[in-house]
Design a protein around this ligand. Structure first.
Ligand code: PEP
Length: 256
C-alpha cells in the first residue's frame, strides 16, 4: 500500500486505439463503475483527436484526462505537434512524457523529455514521465544505470519547489504489450532506484511525495500483488485499459 500521503493513480494509455464514439461510450459505461473507487485518481490518456470528446464526457466526474505527448513550446511552426497551451485550453490536466514507444519510434530522447517536463510543470499540467530499461539493458546488468540516467536527465534544471504533482512511471520496455509482467520484486527494486535518484536530483522530500507507477502488462490478476508494495503508487495500463470492465477491475484491485 502506498504511503497515505501518496494517492494511488491508475492511468489508462489507449495508445492509437478507439474512435471518438468508442471513447465516449467507454467513459459513459465506466463512470458508474468507477464512482465507488475513491481511493484512486483515475486518468484516461486518449489520442489527440479524442481529447475534446473525452474531456466533455468526463466533465463533472473525478476522472481526469491526459495527452499521450506534447511539444514543449507554446506555439510555432511544428507541423503535427500539440502545445501545452492547446491541451490546457481543452481541459486536459495530465500529460504522458517519454513513453517508450515515443522513445523507440519517434526519436524521443532524455533531453526532449527534460524540455517537456519543464514545460508541463510551468503550465500546470501533471506530468507522467516514463522511464524503463530495454530487455538487452536488463540482461547486461544496466538497469540501474539506465533508470538513474533517464531520471536524472529528465529532472535536470527542475526547481524542487515546482514539482508538486510530479509522477514517474516505471515501464520496463520488455514488459510493455508482451504479456510479460515484471515480478513485484523486480518492480519494487526499480521503483526504489528511481525514488533514490529523485532524492539525489531534487530533495528527499520530493522523492517521498512523488508517485511512481508501474506499467507493463498490468492486468486485473496482477494488480493487487504490485500495488500492495510500499514504493508502487499505482499503474499505467495499456491493453487491459481498453475495456471498461477490466480497467475497473484494475482500479478496484489497486486498493488491496
Ligand atoms: C503502456 O502502454 O504504457 C503499457 C504499459 O502497455 P501494456 O499494459 O499493454 O503493457
Amino acid at each position: 500500500m502506498p504511503e497515505s500521503r501518496r494517492k494511488t493513480l491508475i492511468a489508462a494509455n489507449w495508445k492509437m486505439y478507439k474512435t471518438a464514439e468508442e471513447a465516449v461510450a467507454f467513459v459513459r459505461a465506466f463512470i458508474p463503475l468507477a464512482s465507488t473507487h475513491r481511493h484512486a485518481e483515475i486518468v484516461l490518456c486518449p489520442s489527440p483527436t479524442l481529447l475534446p470528446a473525452v474531456v466533455e464526457a468526463a466533465r463533472n466526474t473525478s476522472i481526469r484526462v491526459a495527452a499521450q505527448n506534447m511539444h514543449w513550446l507554446d506555439q510555432g511552426a511544428y507541423t503535427g505537434e500539440t502545445s501545452p497551451l492547446q491541451l490546457k485550453a481543452l481541459g486536459v490536466t495530465h500529460v504522458l512524457i517519454g513513453h517508450s514507444e515515443r522513445r523507440q519510434y519517434f526519436n524521443e530522447t532524455d533531453e526532449t523529455v527534460n524540455l517537456k517536463l519543464k514545460s508541463a510543470l510551468a503550465h500546470g499540467l501533471v506530468p507522467i514521465v516514463c522511464v524503463g530499461e530495454l530487455l538487452a539493458e536488463r540482461e547486461a546488468n544496466q538497469t540501474t544505470a539506465v533508470l538513474e540516467r533517464q531520471t536524472s536527465v529528465a529532472l535536470t534544471g527542475i526547481d524542487p519547489a515546482s514539482t508538486g504533482p510530479l509522477v514517474i512511471a516505471y515501464e520496463p520496455v520488455w514488459a510493455i504489450g508482451t504479456g510479460r509482467t515484471a515480478t513485484p520484486e523486480i518492480a519494487d527494486e526499480a521503483h526504489k532506484i528511481v525514488r533514490a535518484q529523485i532524492a539525489r536530483s531534487l530533495t528527499p522530500q520530493v522523492a517521498a511525495s512523488t508517485r511512481i507507477l508501474y506499467g507493463g502488462s498490468v492486468k486485473p490478476e496482477n494488480t493487487a500483488s504490485l500495488c500492495t508494495l510500499d514504493d508502487i503508487d499505482g499503474a499505467l495500463v495499456g491493453g487491459a485499459s481498453l475495456v471498461e470492465a477490466s480497467f475497473e477491475q484494475i482500479v478496484a484491485n489497486s486498493a488491496a
